[in-house]
Design a protein around this ligand. Structure first.
Ligand SMILES: [Zn+2]
Ligand SMILES: [Zn+2]
Length: 190
């Protein structure tokens, strides 16, 4: 497993962008789910100390209700559905500097617009899709016990070996165990 898969990228909270090493364990979290495995020296970790966060995650593991577990292989996890907004992360729009013309006239000369290299167009980040927020995957849900979960987190947890998840939440989280570690995932709207 790659712990970075369980982290975020470019999150303003630095502790969710890289695994954390503490007390013989490695932790990885994206703020919606976390995993804890035994330390492995080869894993590059954040160089800050956030022992408070690790203690809170340990506490979630300690409190997890592991009496009522369901095997992940029995869950009905849907395949991701593509949003019909397409794959456009960027779109071409008229260059502001030259108003889409690509050059300027000044005196006797014509000057190429430096902003758009004379093309009149610049590439800008496409407006976020209201439906998928540019993830290009439609949001969907998986039900476990009485609660629903964002399917993308359940698909991520499903990449772990031999996962079993609690059907009972404790403080909004459902604990899970897998071959080599434990973790928790936050239910939606609890
Ligand atoms: Zn231009
Ligand atoms: Zn979309």
């Amino acid at each position: 497993m790659n712990l970075l898969d369980f982290c975020n990228k470019d999150d303003p909270r630095p502790y969710v962008n890289k695994p954390i090493r503490s007390n013989g364990f490695l932790y990885a979290t994206n703020g919606h789910l976390f995993v804890r495995v035994n330390d492995d020296e080869s894993v590059e970790c954040a160089d800050w100390h956030v022992d408070g966060i690790c203690r809170a995650l340990d506490e979630h593991i300690r409190c997890s209700n592991l009496e009522n577990m369901v095997d992940f292989s029995l869950l009905n996890i849907p395949e991701p559905k593509k949003c019909n907004c397409g794959d456009l992360d960027f779109q071409d729009v008229d260059c502001d500097d030259c108003e889409g013309v690509g050059n300027f006239n000044h005196g006797e000369h014509e000057y190429e617009c430096k902003e758009c290299d004379g093309t009149g167009k610049v590439s800008v980040k496409a407006m976020p899709c209201q439906t998928c927020n540019n993830t290009h995957t439609l949001p969907d849900f998986v039900k476990i016990g009485e609660n629903s979960f964002n399917a993308k987190y359940i698909r991520l947890i499903a990449t772990l070996p031999s996962v079993k998840i609690s059907t009972i939440p404790v403080a909004n989280q459902h604990g899970f165990v897998f071959d080599g570690g434990q973790g928790g995932v936050v239910a939606l709207g609890v």
